[in-house]
Design a protein around this ligand. Structure first.
Ligand SMILES: [Zn+2]
Ligand SMILES: [Zn+2]
Length: 826
């Protein structure tokens, strides 16, 4: 790698010391020296052919690490395996070793490799092709593969690299053309399998079952070899994804470089300096401002620094603020800082990366590590503005820093958010053993029915197939028959139409909305459909490359927002209202005065207005109504109820009950990502002192996706650990009456009113005490005595980046009476 550095290099400890010195009170809550680790090499397995060992040796691999050999042995012996270890721990070798050994030993065998992105598949193709093994003929097969080459690949390639979308749209519907390949399929490699989470993951789970079904028609049962980022319980997640029993290999024995990792909590503001925004009281300096200052300070030191910011808007703000303060210090220095995010066009992004690598830029603010080119590594420092959602994202971002042999600096700057606050005060949750699990729900009827339609189109469904597709399959098939999509015959269920069913694995966010400058017709970027209501409503202020635009109109039907350049001195904040009714109860825990439930609910939410706030002071200028359609959602929720008597006994006055529940709801939503790889915007909540369906004080937390995505289910399954972390986060926040770091929510539909912080703790204590009496509700979840921790995961293409700060599906207190359609537990 070329050394592009300009300016002096500083040891990470020294740079950190200088950054800390700029504050009156030390913002650093913890410094973790992640030490360099020597690797544990072992011998090659006896079955690995000499030709393959020689090929790996040419690449510089003289022996596998122990975890690679363990996974390879298991797979070679026919077990389905998931390797769940850290970034850059050599997971590729763990599947290449058994897969390529088999291809060399059996000249007919084939391997199918699945990556979540085309870029990763291309990367892996280079690696496998580079081994120059005779007769393997690796090839990528995706939407970009020229028609002319497709037939050659189907007939001759024995190592086909593709993605789940291509498997779903191309290979499985065309299985007749692939029969030669499928009847010889030995291994299915599922790389970065933690990215298959939520609704997308649930779809992929069924695509894999469809693949298994087509192989089974030829009597073939391929071995599944999965690679995952570190996470809680990877064997269960991989088992859900494939529908097979999977053994996990989780101990990382590869070597790594050292990182100095600092956890940074922005200081409390002096009271007079607080924002005057009545409903969202800022008590800490914002993470964006803090990150902008750290970025500027690092640039002044000549340190090439990458700042990761979760939201589109945030990256722009960080870059703009850093530029401004640098220009004040040294006119012209601000030009060496830029912003970068997913919505930019590809050429813009590659140009910015080149500039940072060559030192023309010293600071870059970006939204997501996955969007960055693979070459952008070896930076001196990485700033992470706000918890990036998962440990995998955290380490992927931190991993951009450090050249081989050099120590690197990484700083996690806490946002005003209950989870961030919890994490900077519980470093064991970041650096200890992960419990955060990759969650998906293949039983989601909104996923299962269309997937069964696809399967039936590929070949008629038989009663035996219903077992393969699992829980809910019979009901889904019945509903498809009723809807006229399938016809039942003595031999099975047949697809009735000529055309294939149209099912998009990633379509649930809605089509992206284009942002177009009206006067020039220029396309500025895109915003995903779900976020458009919040970010691109008429009157919204929208930032692009530091330039501010105001939205003139949003046309949801055309998927287009027209904007003009304008820099008003206010920002805009959309508000929504939500109502909820209980449809059915799936499972519940009767804990005396406390009830804990998992069930189906109907949620109606609508973006109804937006506030304009002065940028400088946060002062609310006005609230303006919006006329956007309501969005209806049937989904899965977890909820708890308390008897009014238990609240009185705990010292919660009747007048404080709504505020206590509301505060607990906000914090609980904020902490759920600790237990499951979800984004806080993947979930919503609603609390009320009396819900017509439960007839009790109730807090609901629901999946923000039709049919549920497994998040509420995970919350139910880990309720004790989840609610205990929620309680701790509230108790440990230094504020008096509640702030965005504990019980306030940035997207509260009720303006963060009412909120009762001390009473929220009492509510959670009542819930926890009563759940403890009945043994909790943690089937298979982490024990409550174990410190909760967070797993490693990477967000996935389009998952984190597309969501950004936007899908605020979080509703709030009941704003309309709900329909009492619930069926109470028997
Ligand atoms: Zn607080
Ligand atoms: Zn709220």
């Amino acid at each position: 790698m070329t050394d592009h550095s300009s300016g002096p290099r500083r040891a990470p400890g020294e740079l950190l010391r200088r950054l800390r010195l700029r504050h009156a009170t030390d913002p650093v809550t913890h410094v973790e020296r992640v030490p360099a680790r020597a690797g544990e090499p072992v011998g090659w397995p006896g079955w690995a052919p000499e030709e393959l060992r020689a090929a790996f040796a040419r690449r510089g691999v003289t022996a596998p690490w122990r975890h690679q050999a363990e996974a390879a042995e298991l797979a070679y012996a026919g077990s389905h395996v998931v390797v769940a270890t850290g970034t850059a721990s050599g997971k590729s070798l763990a599947y290449q070793l058994p897969a390529l050994s088999t291809l060399l030993a059996d000249p007919r065998a084939t391997v199918l490799y699945l990556a979540p992105t085309k870029a990763l598949a291309a990367d892996q193709l280079r690696a496998v092709a580079g081994l120059e093994l005779d007769g393997v003929r690796p090839a990528t097969y995706d939407g970009d593969t020229p028609r002319a080459e497709r037939e050659w690949i189907r007939r001759h390639s024995r190592f086909v690299l593709t993605n789940p979308d291509m498997l779903h749209h191309g290979i499985l519907p065309g299985h007749a053309h692939w029969s030669g390949f499928l009847r010889r399929l030995a291994y299915v490699v599922v790389d970065e399998c933690h990215t298959y989470r939520g609704v997308f993951g649930s779809h992929v789970a069924h695509v894999l079952r469809r693949l298994r079904r087509q192989c089974a028609r030829f009597g073939r049962t391929p071995v599944f070899l999965l690679a995952s980022a570190t996470s809680g319980d990877p064997a269960t997640a991989a088992g859900r994804l494939t529908g097979l029993p999977v053994t996990a290999v989780t101990e990382d024995t590869s070597p790594r470089g050292g990182v100095t990792f600092a956890l940074w909590e922005p200081p409390l503001l002096p009271p007079t300096d607080s924002s005057v925004d009545a409903d969202l009281v800022q008590v800490r300096r914002s993470a964006l401002r803090e990150t902008a200052d750290l970025l500027a300070d690092s640039v002044v030191e000549g340190v090439r620094t990458l700042a990761f910011v979760r939201s589109r808007r945030g990256a722009e703000v960080v870059a703009a603020n850093a530029r401004r303060s640098l220009d004040e210090a040294v006119p012209g220095l601000g030009e060496r800082v830029a912003a970068y995010r997913a919505g930019y066009l590809r050429e813009e992004r590659r140009e910015l990366e080149r500039a940072l690598l060559h030192g023309d830029l010293l600071g870059l603010a970006s939204t997501n590590a996955l969007e960055l080119g693979v070459d952008l590594v070896g930076l001196d420092a990485v700033l992470i503005c706000g918890w990036p959602g998962t440990r995998a994202s955290l380490w992927q971002q931190a991993g951009r820093a450090g050249r081989s042999g050099d120590e690197a600096l990484a700083v996690l700057v806490a946002r005003d958010d209950p989870l961030d606050t919890y994490l900077v005060h519980h470093p064991e949750a970041l650096f200890g053993r992960p419990v955060e699990a990759t969650v998906l729900d293949p039983a989601n009827p909104y996923v299962l029915a269309p997937q069964l339609a696809c399967a039936a189109h590929e070949s008629p469904l038989t009663p035996a197939d219903l077992d393969l597709f699992g829980e809910g399959a019979k009901e889904a098939v019945d509903s498809l028959v009723e809807a006229g999509a399938l016809r039942q015959r003595p031999t099975g269920w047949y697809w009735r139409h000529r055309e294939r069913p149209e099912v998009d694995l990633r379509g649930e966010g809605g089509a992206p909305v284009c942002v177009v400058e009206e006067s020039t017709g220029r396309l500025l970027g895109t915003v995903d459909g779900g976020s458009a209501h919040f970010l691109l409503h008429t009157g919204a202020v929208y930032l692009h490359q530091g330039v501010s635009y105001v939205v003139d109109s949003l046309d949801l039907a055309d998927g287009c927002a027209l904007v003009h350049a304008e820099e008003p001195d206010w920002s805009t904040h959309a508000r929504d209202v939500t109502s909820l009714s209980v449809v059915s109860v799936r499972s519940y825990v009767d804990a005396g005065p406390v009830g804990l439930f998992l069930g189906e609910v109907d949620v109606t939410s609508q973006v109804v207005s937006y506030q304009r706030r002065r940028i400088a002071t946060g002062e609310v200028i006005d609230t303006r109504p919006l006329d956007l359609p309501a969005r209806e959602l049937r989904t899965v929720a977890v909820w708890f109820t308390l008897s009014p008597g238990s609240l009185i006994a705990a010292g919660v006055e009747a007048a404080d009950v709504p505020g206590a529940l509301h505060a607990a709801e906000h914090a609980a939503i904020g902490l759920l990502p600790l237990m499951a790889t979800c984004d806080r915007w993947d979930i919503g909540g609603l609390s009320t002192a009396l819900h017509p369906d439960t007839e009790a004080p109730t807090v609901f937390v629901y999946d923000g996706h039709p049919g549920g995505a497994g998040f509420a289910e995970r919350a139910y399954g880990t309720a004790v650990a989840w609610l205990r972390a929620t309680r701790d986060a509230i108790v440990e926040c230094g504020c008096e009456t509640g702030c965005p770091s504990c019980v306030q929510s940035p997207k509260c539909g009720n303006g963060n009113n009412p909120l009762a912080k001390p009473e929220a703790v009492k509510v959670l204590d009542v819930v926890l005490a009563n759940l403890a009496k009945v043994g909790g509700a943690d089937p298979g979840g982490p024990g409550e005595d174990r410190g909760p921790a967070v797993g490693l995961e990477a967000g996935g293409p389009g998952a984190e980046a597309a969501r950004g700060e936007a899908l605020p599906r979080q509703g709030d207190r009941l704003t309309r009476p709900a329909q009492a359609t619930g069926s109470p537990p028997a």
